[in-house]
Design a protein around this ligand. Sequence first.
Ligand code: PLP
Length: 368
Amino acid sequence: MFHVKHPLSFLDDALADLARAGLLRQRRAPVDLARSFCSNDYLGLASEISPAGAAGAGASRLIAGERDEHLALELEVAAWLKAPAALAFTSGYAANVGAIAALAGAGDRIVSDALNHASIVDGARLSRAEVVVTPHLDVEAVERALALPCRGRQWVVTESYFSMDADAPDLRSLRRACDAANAALYVDEAHALGVLGPGGRGLAAEQEVTPDITVGTFGKAFGAGGAFVAGSDSLVRWLWNRARSFVFSTGLSPQLAAAARLNVARAQGDPSLAARTLQNASRLRDGLAAIGIVPLGFGHIVPWLEADTGRALALSAALAERGQHVLAVRPPTVPTSRLRLAVTAAHGDHDIDALLRAVAECVACLPR
Ligand SMILES: Cc1ncc(COP(=O)(O)O)c(C=O)c1O
């Protein structure tokens, strides 16, 4: 019977090659930074444990060894997302740039949604793979791109909840397209995790899709900093060896890792946080509709288009005069100017209502 290989199975061979050549880097026991002659903790400050825990990792994790805070965070995030393993990075930007460039290479093809975040765009450029940018959310365009001849591997990269349009791809169809072409599916859940999907586990979980690679950040819903890549054990071992933003950079601050861990646990343990965020989103979306503004998409990011950039800026300024911090997002960040709101669980009904009153006033005093 013809057997289709898993799109990431090449990693096992590549890891075995590294091991044979004596070049495989593996996780190691934590190094005592105060006694180590390998750290970059030149003034000995990272090894001073403050009441809040060690602030600095002291060196790249390949050198400084495994810290309990990193390992615990990675195990818990992987378990939460039902992924075999996860690896913490210092930021979502570093995660995408490092992971994409470590996985894809010359001869490969990356199929990338037109609105993917800059860190995905930069990772794809660094990889030296052919990059096919497909129109936003267009699954058929992805299928057409995957059907073109390719001598290497194929990767489909998308966000799960687009932060400027508040919309989401059909991940099931993308998964099917990837499976049909033996391509790997890479999903960045930066803006979804913690809020959207069952228990805040994101939109892949909501659509019952298992990406080959999942990225999430701790700097958004989890209110800390840093990020992770989750997937198979081989994926994580490969990134440990080959993701340049991981290998050649000081590890995530153990203090931040501890804060991220605490907040992931809080988000997991208290579903009322995500529920409140989404209730606030509904209140804001309904209120905007009542004053004639149709917001894009769904969920806690609430943008609306103001194609006239001057008017978008004037609205933002008028809202600022009323004490409301609402950013106008303009080209080249987005193709069409917009006002972009995002609600949080910390907002109360009175905050949303005050914002709505201010928006109504500003829209009335700045007629089109
Ligand atoms: C989809 C996406 N991925 C990654 C990032 C980068 O994350 P971080 O801020 O942790 O570097 C962002 C930031 O806005 C993002 O929107």
